[in-house]
Ligand binder design. Structure first.
Ligand SMILES: [Zn+2]
Length: 187
């Protein structure tokens, strides 16, 4: 089965993975992966909300998973920041259906410009369960569904831990977008 946790930045997606990992008794049947670009926590999945972490292996592409688990008796796989990875999600379906491996995946559903984030759309399509975890608005504390890019760079890649992103509720996002449109019209 493929279980995916998604939502905006700072919503506690990694914490969900850690809480599931903590409950698993046979940790030698577990492997965890994270993207190479996430250098915040070295080779482990961490969350702001707990000292506990999951030892993880860096990969760029989903196709690397098979190489890493070859010859090992792996029953459960965790993937954090999956939105930063590349690859064909059929790799996940294959490992889930043919090899009976359970996946717990976390990643941002949307970019800082509210577009589907990389392979996350495909991952959500092949997931057996999807949990959308809201965050809390950086401006007004309301439940928040969006990550918003406050920089001027045209590059729209959320780098984990990047300070140029805010978590916003619909109302605060609307205000940002409308003021942005007004600025563009005035130019
Ligand atoms: Zn707000």
């Amino acid at each position: 089965m493929i279980h995916t946790f998604t939502g905006p930045m700072h919503s506690g997606k990694s914490l969900e993975l850690i809480n599931i990992y903590k409950k698993i008794y046979r940790k030698n049947y577990v492997m965890a992966f994270k993207p190479r670009c996430d250098k915040r926590d070295l080779d482990e999945i961490k969350s702001h909300d707990t000292e506990f972490s999951i030892p993880a292996v860096y990969i760029d592409d989903l196709s690397e998973i098979k190489e890493h688990i070859k010859g090992k008796n792996i029953h459960t796989i965790f993937i954090d920041e999956a939105n930063m990875m590349t690859g064909d999600v059929h790799e996940l379906v294959d490992l889930s259906v043919i090899y009976d491996i359970d996946f717990y995946i976390a990643g941002l559903n949307l970019t800082g410009r509210q577009e589907p984030f990389g392979i996350m759309g495909d991952i959500l399509s092949v997931s057996n369960s999807i949990t959308i975890i809201p965050g809390f608005c950086d401006q007004c504390n309301k439940q928040a569904e969006y990550s918003y890019y406050i920089g001027t760079d045209s590059l729209d890649r959320i780098i984990p831990g990047d300070e140029m992103y805010r978590t916003l509720c619909t109302k605060c996002l609307r205000e940002k977008l409308i003021s942005g449109v007004k600025r563009r019209v005035l130019k």
